[in-house]
Design a protein around this ligand. Structure first.
Ligand SMILES: [Zn+2]
Length: 411
């Protein structure tokens, strides 16, 4: 259909067209995207994965990247941790989006009109700030830059380096034994911290940070550990009654990568506790189960297990497996009242109809015969303190737990 000349003319035309277009664009730099004087920095430990851009009004639109679960449609964004770099005094508007989470196969937004953020200019001293909930299920943060860079996070961060500092500080204490029990999916070490005498009549096990964003649990456990190691007359008395075992940071891979919830393989470490964990997909649970089995075989089965979490409710999640749980429920009522008496906890237990199968609490009871629960610390608002919580509040809660456990195990 086309002759040789027609092809030749077409080739010349295309060549000239691109020549003209490229020289035109080189001559009109005004069409180029202007460089913003704001930079969102995520190149540091525990920073969250995100995309960002400045819109035509100069607002910074931050699109968080969902953390996805394997074998379900569940997805979560509840961790944000980034650094804003901009000139001092500049008014910066940040809009965070992608909060269309799916939890237990139900659409659930993690943000509300009450959602605060935490902010720090040095990454060490943090303060809480309210945010605005705007249309499109988005969070707006308005900020006048108090320094050339400001860290912003959902919860006061507790990083692997924070845990490493704690471990280095306590490892030679005469009451402490740190035992490696296995490795995470990405090969990070999992350790159990034992505090006290394993021959004490009672044993308590606590797990922290199954979900990567829930730093409040780590702060609480650090408060508990530091108080126990004061080794004063009170603690000497308490540790005659019980020995404490702590797996402080379960989902280290998620913490390292700034993820929200799941382990490196997209596994929810507070689900599927009704069955034995797969050593490849959920090594974090597999090694804990192995340790529990060993403890049971040597007559040292824990008397109580607490999985420490964060949510926007702050309740004790009572386990409700099938069978008679009368004695357990009486113990949980006792724990609830002791927490009210000795700490700032006021949030209460989940209502009798509430059941969340597959949690560590239920799995411990059904498969290991250990009374257990999930303790959710409210990361948005502490009613007992009438404030949004910071690390100091959780450290203080943790420091009161030795007394709670002492009375819990009173005959
Ligand atoms: Zn959780």
């Amino acid at each position: 259909m086309f002759g040789k000349n027609a092809f030749k003319s077409l080739a010349v035309f295309i060549f000239c067209f691109f020549k003209i277009m490229s020289s035109a664009s080189a001559q009109t730099p005004k069409d180029a995207t202007p460089a913003p004087d704001v930079f969102i920095h995520t190149g540091f430990e525990n920073a969250s994965p995100l995309n960002w851009e400045a819109d035509s009004a100069g607002r910074i639109i931050i699109s968080l990247v969902y953390d996805h679960e394997r074998f379900s449609q569940n997805r979560a964004n509840n961790h944000w941790h980034f650094k804003v770099e901009a000139p001092v005094g500049k008014e910066v508007t940040l809009i965070l989006q992608n909060f269309d989470n799916i939890w237990n196969n139900i659409h659930a937004s993690p943000i509300s009109k009450q959602s605060p953020i935490v902010l720090s200019t040095d990454g060490k001293t943090w303060e809480s700030r309210p945010t605005e909930y705007i249309e499109g299920n988005r969070m707006q943060i308005k900020l006048k830059m108090p320094a050339a860079s400001v860290f912003i996070a959902s919860i006061e961060p507790y990083r692997i380096s924070d845990l490493d500092k704690l471990l280095a500080r306590i490892k030679n204490h005469k009451l402490v034994t740190i035992t490696p029990i296995g490795k995470t999916a990405e090969g990070r070490s999992l350790e159990i911290i034992k505090i006290g005498n394993e021959k004490a009549p009672k044993r308590i096990f606590l797990r922290g940070r199954a979900h990567a964003f829930e730093a409040g649990g780590n702060w609480t456990l650090e408060g508990l550990i530091d108080r126990l190691l004061k080794d004063d007359a009170e603690m000497k008395l308490y540790l005659k009654r019980y020995c404490v075992y702590i797996l402080p940071m379960t989902n280290k891979d998620g913490v390292a990568r700034g993820k929200t919830r799941f382990n490196a393989n997209g596994y929810d470490l507070n689900r599927k506790w009704d069955k034995a964990a797969d050593s490849l997909i959920a090594p974090e649970n597999y090694y804990l189960e192995k340790w529990l089995t060993k403890m049971g075989a040597s007559g040292k089965k824990p008397d109580l297990g607490i999985d420490v979490h964060n949510d926007a409710g702050g309740n004790l999640h009572i386990s409700r497996p099938d069978g008679d749980i009368t004695a357990y429920r009486a113990n949980m009522a006792k724990l609830d009242s002791l927490l009210r008496k000795y700490t700032w906890y006021t949030e209460g237990s989940t209502k009798p109809g509430f059941r969340n199968p597959g949690t560590l609490g239920e799995g411990f009871m059904e498969r290991f015969g250990i009374e257990a629960l999930v303790y959710e610390l409210n990361y948005e608002w502490v009613e007992g303190l009438k404030k949004a919580p910071l690390a100091a509040d959780w450290l203080s809660l943790g420091s009161k737990l030795p007394e709670v456990f002492y009375h819990y195990f009173e005959e």
